[in-house]
Design a protein around this ligand. Structure first.
Ligand code: FES
Ligand code: FES
Length: 161
């Protein structure tokens, strides 16, 4: 069964007609062409497919498209601020928080969500926030440092560092 939905996708109103049980992950990648969101497990266990739904991180492999009418979705393609990379993206590059890159979109979306809620997270806060995002390459230490550095940068931009 198909359903008409209107979503805000990376800041743009978008009208779609979707099979109700099409997964958001598949909708983004296969129908809309936003392939930055990755599929790892497909069962809600790895975090590679994390996007923001109304500002909160969700596993897009667990969300049905038919439930999305009126919702606001941000993917990795919408993370940049204008032409500039988001500070969390800059920090991952600068600190070597990316190796194969497969987990990176999900890590970045989760990190952004954390920093939106808590601009000065402790190492424990960061490790807890990304505990559902699996990375087989980095050992996590550089990712944690990148999130801390991004938080510092964001606080400085807001004049609160
Ligand atoms: S692909 Fe969605 S949690 Fe692994
Ligand atoms: S950088 Fe390879 S899985 Fe994280």
């Amino acid at each position: 069964m198909k359903k008409k939905i209107r979503i805000t996708l990376n800041g743009r109103k978008t009208d779609l007609e979707v099979p109700t049980h099409r997964l958001l992950l598949d909708l983004l990648r296969d129908e809309i062409g936003l392939t930055g969101t990755k599929e790892g497990c497909g069962t809600g266990d790895c975090g590679a497919c994390t996007v923001l739904l109304n500002g909160k991180p969700v596993n897009s492999c667990l969300i049905f498209s038919g439930e999305l009418d009126g919702e606001d979705i941000v993917t990795i393609e919408g993370l940049k601020i204008g032409p500039e990379l988001h500070p969390v993206q800059q920090a991952f590059i600068q600190d070597g928080g990316v190796q194969c890159g497969y987990c990176t979109s999900g890590m970045l979306m989760m990190s952004k969500a954390l920093l939106d809620e808590n601009p000065d997270p402790s190492e424990e806060d960061i490790r807890f926030a990304i505990s559902g995002n699996l990375c087989r390459c980095t050992g996590y230490a550089k990712i944690v440092k990148a999130v801390q550095d991004a938080g510092r940068e964001l606080r400085a931009k807001r004049g609160g560092a």
